[in-house]
Ligand binder design. Structure first.
Ligand code: ZN
Length: 270
């Protein structure tokens, strides 16, 4: 499933090809995505140039003066740029033809992705209640500390809640908690300010590193597989249940928290 770093890598890969371009045609081959692709999308997107390509959480925003296309990659979606003569692939559901001649294709075998339209994306129900971006300055340990007071939910579930902060998927939550030395099942309200500062820094570090690595594969967006550079950081805990902790040699344990498998070290994480 594309996580925040892959979505950001996608944004960086496609933005130079979309910004300033007009969409000459929107072709919808299969509009039965997570939600039906709205009929107004084609008309709205062809009315004026794409001014910018932004990201909010895992949503990509193709902004025009009239509003924004909101694009989500779902479980298996990807975007790639092609020349018009490139044969379409199975599961290429949406295509944008651009004045430059490039065609942006959205491929999504499982069709959990989304293409929506909003005149004001920030006020769209999917976006308006999202917490801060983890790489923004507004995301701090002090904020996590304030929001967590009185909360009994596990700290891991707390940082994966997109009302608190966006884009901290299972892999990043697991790794950041290990880095900060915090036990994932500890109640969020019982983690102190200093430890939240360490945790916020760890979240920025793991996500930032994953985005950096994605940056080396931007060429893949052109006539390629449209698969951004996946997380190749060396992992300390994620996917390593039963193996030994790199720091202390203790056998790593797994537990389910909020329906997600979580691996941690009982010695290094308290
Ligand atoms: Zn350990």
């Amino acid at each position: 499933m594309p996580e925040l770093p892959e979505v950001e890598t996608t944004r960086r890969g496609i933005a130079p090809y979309l910004e300033g371009q007009c969409v000459t045609q929107v072709r919808i081959h299969n509009g039965s995505l997570r939600w039906p692709v709205p009929a107004e999308l084609a008309g709205a997107l062809t009315r004026g140039p794409i001014q910018s390509v932004d990201r909010r959480g895992k949503y990509l925003l193709f902004n025009t003066d009239q509003g924004s296309a909101i694009v989500h990659l779902g479980m298996s979606g990807s975007l790639r740029l092609c020349q018009p003569e490139t044969p379409r692939r199975t599961h290429d559901h949406v295509e944008l033809a651009l004045t430059s001649g490039w065609v942006l294709r959205f491929n999504d075998p499982r069709r959990f992705g989304a293409w929506l339209w909003a005149s004001d994306a920030r006020q769209h129900p999917l976006l308006r209640n999202l917490g801060p971006e983890p790489l923004d300055e507004t995301f701090t340990g002090d904020l996590l500390y304030q929001l967590s007071r009185g909360r009994r939910a596990a700290v891991k579930a707390f940082i994966m809640d997109h009302h608190i902060v966006v884009g901290v998927g299972n892999i990043y939550a697991s790794e950041a908690l290990f880095m900060a030395g915090i036990h994932p099942t500890r109640p969020a309200g019982r983690v102190g300010r200093e430890r939240y500062r360490r945790l916020a820094a760890a979240i920025r570090q793991v996500l930032g590193a994953a985005i950096e690595q994605g940056g080396t594969t931007l060429r893949d967006f052109i006539n390629g597989h449209g698969e951004p550079g996946y997380f190749r950081q060396s992992l300390n805990v994620y996917g390593r249940a039963g193996e030994t902790c790199h720091q202390c040699g203790t056998t790593l344990r797994a537990r389910r928290i909020a329906q997600r498998s979580t691996v941690f070290c009982v010695h290094c994480q308290r």
